[in-house]
Design a protein around this ligand. Structure first.
Ligand code: ZN
Length: 225
């Protein structure tokens, strides 16, 4: 899609503040090896939000680019050699955080259990913040809608064992795939008319598919009652 030039760049997409508005990249620019492609998506962000994401984005980059399924994408090796190893040497805390995210996982080939290996635990605040940021940014980029407090963003990884319902999958499949920087990032969105309520599929480096949904908080609570 063509970026909407009339988009409102007066308030922060993430917190609604009108103070010190800058352009922030969605997904983070650090995911793209140099030279960065010229079609990256930017959204308005206040300086405070923009800066608050930078360490989380560095962490996020290591995880999504060093997932086994992403390794066939040439950008992942380039990032590891040119950026990630350096940033972990410079920031021992980042290296420690990465190491503490490694958990044992069961490896399957189809249905066949192949043994135990090392995986990344995605349930942590840094990863969560960046995923939510990306989804909010994509909705704004596509529809000019800011996610208000009335909505909540949830995400997960789709793998063979957690399949999403066929009908929803169909709706998503029919939406166009947008790709940035030689498929470093791909996304599809399905937005309910005139609302923030939407479903998203995202892939980094042609790795596993992430699924995200933006729900109306009150409807979600009514459902859980
Ligand atoms: Zn903000």
């Amino acid at each position: 899609m063509v970026a909407n030039k009339s988009m409102d760049f007066s308030v922060c997409v993430f917190c609604g503040s009108p103070e010190e508005i800058e352009r922030d990249h969605v997904p983070p620019k650090c995911l793209f090896p140099a030279p960065a492609p010229n079609n990256l998506i930017t959204v308005p962000s206040c300086r405070k939000c923009n800066q608050s994401f930078s360490k989380d984005e560095e962490y996020f980059r290591v995880i999504v680019s060093q997932i086994a399924e992403a390794q066939s994408h040439p950008a992942t090796r380039k990032l590891l050699n040119e950026k990630i190893l350096k940033s972990m040497t410079r920031r021992p805390k980042l290296a420690t955080k990465i190491m503490s995210s490694v958990v044992p996982v069961h490896i399957y080939d189809g249905e066949k259990f192949m043994g135990t290996g090392a995986g990344f635990d995605l349930e942590n605040q840094s990863f969560d913040r960046v995923m939510i940021k990306i989804v909010k940014g994509l909705l704004y980029h596509e529809k000019g809608i800011r996610v208000s407090e009335a909505f909540v963003v949830k995400w997960n990884v789709i793998h063979e064992r957690i399949k999403i319902a066929a009908r929803l999958h169909k709706a998503l499949e029919n939406s166009p795939v947008h790709a940035l920087g030689d498929n470093v990032f791909e996304y599809q969105g399905y937005v309910l008319k005139g609302s923030a309520a939407s479903f998203w599929l995202m892939r980094f480096y042609l790795g596993p598919t992430f699924y995200a949904a933006i729900f109306d908080r009150s409807k979600l609570e009514a459902q859980n009652r």
